[in-house]
Design a protein around this ligand. Structure first.
Ligand code: F6R
Length: 236
């Protein structure tokens, strides 16, 4: 547990920075609000000259179906805005599933293969208030691969804050599967706020099963969970 969100962001940037300095060139990037402080901190470190992401490629964890790549809430756009613009990561080095593809199943297979070949060095993750990881909602097979997923109403409600109207939140996403995520060499999970406390406690201390997708973290050999006091409440 860390004292606050800023400390979580600094610790995450330390873990990412050390992986990059040790030779990692492939970053897995989550969106949502949890990693925003981490991306800002990476920006400050790059600006200060202590870190460079110039040789890195970033791979999106997930993407909304139906939003064009230029929609401000499309995750490709979010990563451009929050990470690429703040650092020296090249704009052409952001990879993700295309949520506006005609054949979404084929697009899922294409991206799964791209991630497999890339071998993610360090994967940044958030956790849903219902225990989702990526957008693997409860019930997702623990060995699932990249695919189209229907969001639960709870996740759509949680994400409504990013859209003008709740009904604008897309119903479907393309997401890396739990099996895809587990192949990354290092996982860094960020959990902020009391809203995440029950899910985090279930993920780390409950059984490993699809009811709490984030419980698969227990199966990974190099996972770092960075939580503020609110999110860690159920672990104390
Ligand atoms: C986003 C993602 C999701 C979020 C989770 C938490 O790319 O994969 O799993 O990490 O929904 O979202 P926030 O951080 O907004 O609470």
């Amino acid at each position: 547990m860390l004292p606050d969100a800023d400390a979580v962001s600094r610790a995450a940037a330390d873990l990412i920075g050390s992986a990059v300095r040790a030779g990692a060139t492939t970053l897995g990037v989550a969106t949502g609000s949890s990693p925003l402080g981490t991306y800002a901190e990476l920006g400050r470190r790059v600006a200060a000259g202590g870190l460079s992401l110039a040789g890195c490629d970033a791979y999106l964890l997930d993407e909304y179906v139906g939003l064009g790549a230029d929609h401000p809430q499309a995750y490709r756009c979010v990563i451009r805005r929050e990470l690429v613009r703040r650092t020296d990561l090249g704009d052409g080095h952001v990879h993700g599933p295309h949520g506006d593809a005609d054949d979404l199943d084929a697009e899922a297979r294409r991206f799964e293969e791209e991630v497999r070949r890339a071998r993610i060095g360090v994967q940044v993750l958030g956790i849903g208030s219902n225990g989702h990881l990526g957008f693997n909602e409860p019930g997702s097979p623990l060995d699932s691969l990249t695919r189209v997923v229907e969001l639960t109403e709870r996740t759509r409600a949680d994400n409504a804050r990013f859209f003008d109207r709740p009904e604008d939140v897309p119903r479907r996403v393309l997401t890396q599967g739990l099996g895809t995520i587990l192949r990354a060499e290092r996982l860094v999970l960020l959990a902020l706020g009391e809203r995440k406390a029950d899910a985090l406690a279930a993920a780390l201390t409950g059984p490993v099963n699809p009811d709490c997708p984030a419980s698969v973290l227990q199966c990974h050999p190099d996972v770092h969970v960075l939580a503020d006091p609110g999110a860690a409440r159920g672990l104390l």
